[in-house]
Design a protein around this ligand. Structure first.
Ligand code: NDP
Length: 400
C-alpha cells in the first residue's frame, strides 16, 4: 500500500518497526533513519525476509532540517513516523511541511533547556499543515495515544457527556535492578520530577511532585501506589471533550524507585542545568542517563504486567454512568514476540497503527490534530488485531 519513514531506532521504534514488518499489507516499504545507523542496520538484518516489507536504512541528524528534507525527497514516504525524542518534533515537522509529507509522533515538543511540555509549539503549525494539504497526527503512543482514542470511543458509544476522566498508568513489571527507567531515562526523569497538575473547572491546578497519592486495585495486577503527574494528553482532552469538569493522570511507582529518585534529586543528579566538569560542560541528567541501564536491555529481565486505561464518569440518557477501558500487557509475552518489554510495546504498537490510519486514508484531514479528534473505531479494531486488546468494565472501582 505505501511507504513509511521511521526516524529514531530506540526502544519504541524497534517495536513499531517489528509491527510495520508484520503488517506488510500496509507497509510495502519502510526506511529506518537515525543518528546511529548501526542500530538501524542491525534491526534490518534481523527483520529482512520475515515478510514482504522492503527495509532500507539511513543515517540522519533529525535536528537538521536540510538533512531531513534531503532524506524525505530521496525516499518519498507517504508518512514520516517520528520516534526520536521530543526535541526533534519541530525540525521534523518543518521538513514534512517543506516536502508535503504526512507526520505522526508519540510525544509533544519539549525544548531541551526547559522541562515543560505543551502543545502550543506544534499547534502553531495548524494553518501551515492545512494549507499544504497534509496531516499531522500528534501523540500516537499509549499515553498520549490510546488514552485519547479510549476517550473518543467512550464519548462516541457510551456517554452523552463525559465529566470526569482519570487516566491510570500502572507498570507492575519487575526488572530486578534497584533503579532503572523503562523508557529514555532523560525524558522519563524530567517527566516524574516536574510539578504535577490536573485540569479542573476550566483551569490547571498545580501540585508538588508526587504530592497526591492513591492506592488502586488494578485488574490482573492488584493493589499499587499511584501518584498524580502532569501529562500531556490532559491539555488536548480538556479542549476536545465537551462538558469535561476534571481530568487527572496517575502513574504507579514503587517505594524503591521513589527513594532512589529522591536521593538523585537531592544530590543534583536530575538537574538539566549544565555544570562545569574537568573543563567540559555536562548536563547532570544526561550523565545519569549514561550510567543507568539502557531501557532496551530490560526486556529479557522484566516480568509482570502493565495495565493502562481510563475511568470515565458522566451521563447517558440523563443517568450517571461510570465506565473503565484498559489494556493489560505482559512484559514477557512482549519480549517473546518482539524482543522488547511492555512499556516500549504499548507505545510502539499504537505508533504503527497511527501511521497505518494515515496510510490507509482512514484518518486523513489536513491540519494538525490530536488523536481524539479522529474516529476512534478503526483504531480500536486495530488495537485488538495488533497486540493490545482492550477490556471494559461498567462498574469500576473509582479513584477518590
Ligand atoms: P530511545 O532513547 O530509546 O530512542 C530514541 C531514538 O532517537 C534513538 O535511536 C536515538 O538515536 C534517536 N535520536 C535521538 N536524537 C536524534 C537526532 N537528533 N537525530 C536522529 N535520531 C535521534 O527513546 P524511546 O524509544 O524510549 O522513546 C522514543 C519516543 O517515544 C520519545 O519521544 C518518548 O518521549 C516517546 N514515548 C512516548 C510514550 C507514549 O505512550 N506516548 C511512552 C514512551 C515513550 P541514538 O540511538 O543515536 O541515541
Amino acid at each position: 500500500m505505501g511507504k513509511c519513514l521511521i526516524i529514531g531506532c530506540g526502544g519504541v521504534a524497534s517495536v513499531a518497526i517489528h509491527k510495520c514488518v508484520q503488517n506488510s499489507e500496509v507497509f510495502d516499504e519502510i526506511m529506518i533513519a537515525s543518528r546511529t545507523k548501526s542500530k538501524c542496520d542491525a534491526l534490518k538484518e534481523k527483520l529482512d525476509g520475515t515478510s514482504s516489507t522492503k527495509i532500507s536504512t539511513a543515517k540522519v541528524d533529525a535536528d537538521n532540517v536540510d538533512e531531513l528534507i534531503e532524506l524525505i525527497n530521496g525516499f518519498k514516504p507517504d508518512v514520516v513516523l517520528n520516534l526520536a525524542l521530543p526535541y526533534q518534533d519541530l525540525t521534523i515537522m518543518d521538513a514534512c511541511l517543506a516536502t508535503k509529507t504526512n507526520y505522526v509522533d508519540t510525544a509533544n515538543y519539549e525544548p531541551e533547556d526547559t522541562a515543560k511540555f505543551e502543545y502550543k509549539w506544534q499547534w502553531a503549525y495548524r494553518d501551515k499543515f492545512k494549507e499544504a494539504g497534509i496531516t499531522a497526527l500528534l501523540g500516537s503512543g499509549f499515553d498520549p495515544g490510546v488514552t485519547g482514542v479510549f476517550s473518543a470511543y467512550a464519548l462516541k458509544h457510551e456517554f452523552d457527556e463525559i465529566n470526569y476522566i482519570d487516566i491510570l498508568d500502572c507498570n507492575a513489571g519487575d526488572h530486578g535492578y534497584p533503579f532503572a527507567t523503562n523508557f529514555n531515562p532523560e525524558i522519563n526523569i524530567r517527566e516524574v520530577s516536574a510539578n504535577g497538575s490536573y485540569w479542573e473547572d476550566g483551569h490547571w491546578v498545580e501540585t508538588k511532585p508526587m504530592e497526591i497519592k492513591r492506592v488502586y486495585d488494578f485488574p490482573e495486577v492488584g493493589k499499587r501506589d499511584m501518584y498524580l503527574l502532569h501529562h500531556e494528553e490532559i491539555e488536548s482532552l480538556a479542549l476536545n471533550i465537551p462538558g469535561i469538569k476534571r481530568i487527572r493522570f496517575f502513574m504507579t511507582f514503587g517505594e524503591s524507585y521513589l527513594t532512589h529518585l529522591r536521593c538523585l534529586e537531592d544530590v543534583g543528579m536530575t538537574s538539566i542545568e549544565p555544570i562545569e566538569f574537568e573543563g567540559k560542560k555536562i548536563v547532570p541528567l544526561q550523565f545519569l542517563k549514561a550510567v543507568l541501564p539502557d531501557p532496551a536491555s530490560l526486556g529479557p529481565r522484566t516480568v509482570g504486567k502493565t495495565n493502562i486505561g481510563c475511568i470515565f464518569k458522566g451521563k447517558k440518557d440523563g443517568k450517571d454512568k461510570t465506565y473503565y477501558l484498559y489494556n493489560v500487557c505482559d512484559h514477557q509475552e512482549c519480549y517473546k514476540e518482539v524482543d522488547s518489554q511492555a512499556v516500549s510495546y504499548t507505545t510502539g504498537v499504537p505508533a504503527m497503527i497511527g501511521a497505518m490510519m494515515i496510510m490507509t486514508g482512514k484518518w486523513n484531514k489536513p491540519g494538525v490534530y490530536n488523536i481524539e479528534e479522529f474516529d476512534p473505531d478503526p483504531f480500536m479494531d486495530a488495537l485488538n488485531k495488533w497486540g493490545l486488546p482492550w477490556q471494559e468494565s461498567r462498574s469500576p472501582e473509582m479513584v477518590d
